[in-house]
Write a protein that binds this ligand. Structure first.
Ligand SMILES: Nc1nc2c(ncn2[C@@H]2O[C@H](COP(=O)(O)OP(=O)(O)OP(=O)(O)O)[C@@H](O)[C@H]2O)c(=O)[nH]1
Length: 243
């Protein structure tokens, strides 16, 4: 396997381990932030395929931080079961946050299609969501339901799931995640309306703190006709089975 191409980035780049698999150069704004990770493009490449062997300074710092955490927990980071844990955890964290360097435009690509007869509401429901809450860096997970009213253009259905995935793979709060997905769809497609509903359970509420494992949080973001027109909103909620 040939080594992945690296794209110029700042020294402080959290995702420098996971460079683009081709020599594609990111937009300048993205270069200053994070590296592109192939793990979100869903084309079958795993992180093992794209992660270079040579550990970088940033990766070493992450691993050192995990070693410190283990020591503070009273563990021995050198015992057999934990020896590779700092490496695994750094890799897992980078994987779970690999949505930073992508943009919605990049994710959608050319998959916007002119379509005169496209009905009223398009709903992609039960899209899996796995994210990390930015307060505790613990997972929250559940489902996203994304709907829009087309205006002579439709989007490739998988791209809806990819937009959800891209924003989920960042440190998030559920409300912002919901709004970001709605805004991205609105910007990419310019539909008549957008509605996003996300239902998640938060491990920070289930495993620790208040310890209420059954609690489910629902958030909603509405734009355009799906916000302003009661009939469209009711239609959407009925389609979702909540009307
Ligand atoms: N609004 C919102 N809150 C979240 C989300 N994820 C986690 N939180 C909350 O963030 C809050 C952080 O509150 P703090 O009091 O600063 O932290 P804490 O002491 O760990 O709070 P407890 O969880 O109540 O023990 C908690 O109430 C979490 O439930 C989210 O996606 N949206």
């Amino acid at each position: 396997m040939s080594p992945p191409a690296h794209v110029a980035c700042e020294e402080g780049d959290l995702h420098e381990e996971y460079a683009a698999p081709s020599s594609t150069t990111l937009p300048a704004a993205d270069q200053t932030n994070h590296m592109r990770s192939d793990s979100v493009d869903g084309e079958g490449a795993s992180l093992d395929d794209v992660a270079p062997e040579r550990p970088t300074r940033k990766r070493e710092r992450m691993e050192e931080a995990v070693r410190t955490l283990l020591e503070c927990l009273g563990e021995d980071p050198e015992r057999e079961g934990l020896r590779d844990t700092p490496k695994r955890m750094a890799k897992a964290l980078l994987d779970c946050t690999c949505g930073y360097p992508r943009t919605a435009a990049e994710v959608v690509g050319d998959a916007i299609f002119n379509e005169e007869s496209c009905g009223d509401i398009v709903l992609v429901r039960d899209i899996p969501v796995h994210s990390l809450c930015e307060h505790h860096m613990l997972p929250f997970m559940g489902k996203a339901h994304v709907a829009y009213i087309p205006d002579r253009k439709v989007i490739g259905l998988s791209k809806v799931g990819r937009i959800v995935d891209m924003f989920s793979r960042r440190l998030q709060v559920q409300e912002r995640l919901t709004q970001q997905i709605a805004n991205a769809l609105d910007e990419q497609l310019a539909p008549k309306g957008v509605a996003v509903v996300i239902e998640c359970t938060h491990m920070c509420m289930a495993m620790r703190g208040v310890r209420q494992p059954g609690a489910l949080t629902t958030t909603r973001a509405l734009l355009g006709e799906l916000r302003d027109c009661a009939q469209s909103r009711d239609d959407f909620m009925r389609l979702l089975g909540r009307g």
